[in-house]
Design a protein around this ligand. Sequence first.
Ligand code: NAD
Length: 258
Amino acid sequence: MNPIDQAAEWILASRRLVVFTGAGLSTESGIPDFRSPGGVWSRYDPADFDFQNFLASEASREKYWQLATEMYAAIRPARPNAAHQAVYELDRLGKLAAVITQNIDGLHERAGHAPEKIIELHGTALHVTCLQCGKRYERDEIQQRLEQGIKSPVCDDCGGPLKPATISFGQAMPERETREAYRLSSLADLFMVIGSSLVVQPAASLPLAAKRSGARLVIINRDPTPYDDLADLVIPGSAGPILSSLVERVKERLKDQR
Ligand code: NAD
């Protein structure tokens, strides 16, 4: 059986499909990933973006906001692509238990899912929070301040440092989302990884948790991942075209069944 047909059969048979996505899902929307050639980490040093450094020095905060501004310039105009739409189509067909995403771009929600269906494991770039009092701001409001020349914005209420509501290296994972992601992964009977290098921990341990609890594991990614040997099926290539064909196949089979 060809891999698309195989994955489609597993989706049809599945009762708890969990889709786990990474930056590779959004490259076709024009948002660069981190680890592909030309990705963010080929131009910035990840050590500069450690959370402890952000807390410790004004120079680090300024550098962080510089990278964050570059990322946001790509995120703000981005629209969901064929891959986001295909994942939403699975939801519409009643075939999706949840999306767990490492992405911070809000594109799954914009594709149409109810917010409750989406676990944003690494937060969102669409909001900013004060690290001192927790006050939350719209990202656009803070971005305007940066455009006016402020290099590292502070809270209106308490003067504390503001940071995009995303999770940096060295920063604690959000409790509720992490707990929920492990719960959903261990309940899954089919776990599909799409567009992730599977090297960022603890997120990358979710496929392992799913597999240990008996789920089938499917990986759709352009480059090899450390979990390919563990997977029941690996479909190498671009997420948009692969997922579009996959969803078409699922729909055809659903029609046949009627
Ligand atoms: P990563 O950059 O480590 O890996 C991306 C993977 O996607 C690569 O293995 C690459 O081969 C693959 N890929 C790229 N384009 C693809 C495509 N069109 N189709 C299929 N595969 C494709 O990304 P990651 O594993 O998500 O980890 C990076 C971290 O950085 C995440 O925690 C995330 O929070 C953050 N990040 C988010 C965004 C975003 O929100 N769009 C963008 C960059 C980074």
